[in-house]
Design a protein. Structure first.
Length: 122
């Protein structure tokens, strides 16, 4: 009887010690958004010819900086000691888009699909 209880206590202690930081949550959301936007822009038919021009490199760099600033503004983290939730808030509406536990952050497919549809103009 003591072994399962001790195992659960140890599990909770480990979860609390390895709970991801706000920076880890933001880095994960940034990664999803930037990779999806860049993948769409690189696969766009007009970008095939413009990939090497300085203007396109400057545009991608500027876009990446804008995305980082946007994520810093809209993303918040709810820390519950043993786990944490990644939340995006816009126009007074809030939605959970990720979960962090044991040092890892998982972002929902809703965010991935939403970013892909926005990047594609759908």
């Amino acid at each position: 009887m003591k072994t399962p209880i001790l195992s659960i206590v140890v599990l909770f202690i480990l979860a609390g010690l390895t709970n991801p930081t706000r920076d880890q949550h933001i880095t994960e959301v940034r990664g999803v958004i930037v990779s999806n936007v860049l993948a769409k822009s690189v696969s766009h038919p007009t970008s095939q010819r413009q990939n090497e021009t300085p203007a396109s490199v400057f545009g991608l760099t500027l876009g990446t900086v804008a995305i980082k600033e946007m994520v810093d503004t809209f993303v918040s983290v709810d820390d519950y000691v043993f786990l944490s939730l990644t939340r995006i808030t816009h126009n007074d509406q809030s939605r959970v888009v990720g979960v962090g536990v044991f040092g890892k952050v998982w972002v929902s497919e809703d965010l991935r699909h939403g970013v892909t549809s926005l990047a594609g103009g759908e």
